[in-house]
Ligand binder design. Sequence first.
Ligand code: NAP
Length: 253
Amino acid sequence: MAGETGARGLVGKRALVTGGTRGIGAAVVRRLVEAGAQVVASARGGAEGLPDGVGFVAADLRTREGVEALADAVLERLGGVDVLVDNAGGARPFRHAWEITDEAWQEQLDLNYLASVRLDALLTPGMRERRSGAVVHVSSAAVPTSAPPFLHYTAAKAALENYSRGLALELAPFGVRVNAVSPGRTATPGGEATREEWGKLVEAGPGQDVTAPPLGREGRPEDIADAVLFLVSDRSSWLTGRNLTVDGGEFPA
Ligand SMILES: NC(=O)c1ccc[n+]([C@@H]2O[C@H](COP(=O)([O-])OP(=O)(O)OC[C@H]3O[C@@H](n4cnc5c(N)ncnc54)[C@H](OP(=O)(O)O)[C@@H]3O)[C@@H](O)[C@H]2O)c1
């Protein structure tokens, strides 16, 4: 097992996982710890269930100040990061296009797009100097559908994917890799709440039918975490600027 995890090149690497206290982020934290990385998780709260040895920084990433406070704390504790997983995000509230307020648009852009842009800007210069590092942005398999009723969410994640590809090109000459992972419906607290609200809208009329993915089940957080781990490990050392959809075959690529 040690050989297996060691072969990924993650032993002793310093990693930050945003939204690392629940769902997909928590599974990424567990996988990184198993692989021997030194991990810090962030969220607004709820650090209780983190594995032993994992650091925690409380920060609300919807504001520039929150992102800066997180970056400062991580730089102070770890001196820099080798692995950055920009995972914090969420889709609610669901609204029809004509009901989405400026504030709701801004909140979705801040959480699902600008938080990553701001955090990357603060933490990738160290990777650039060291000429190594890996960043993963967690997007959503729903982006290509632009499906209602969460246009502000899919638009923000679409911007994230476009930016992720561009950042990969900027950082490739410095040996820093940047990729995205796009989960399909995954059994997490956020995912369950999303589908409950979605289900109510379907009952009410507009929206989309909720059927099972072709592989016959929802994703587990570990399904997504394994893809993230691959993308931050040496096993994907010739892979950058890509978006890996992990969705049981459900969505168009
Ligand atoms: N689950 C799915 O079906 C699914 C599908 C497609 C894409 N995704 C994407 O996958 C990522 C993880 O989703 P998940 O389902 O694991 O979500 P989740 O169960 O709701 O967990 C979200 C995590 O992000 C943190 N977070 C939320 N808002 C935050 C904020 N303003 N500032 C800092 N941290 C914040 C949460 O902690 P606090 O609340 O304590 O801050 C928590 O640790 C998200 O980007 C989501 O859009 C999920």
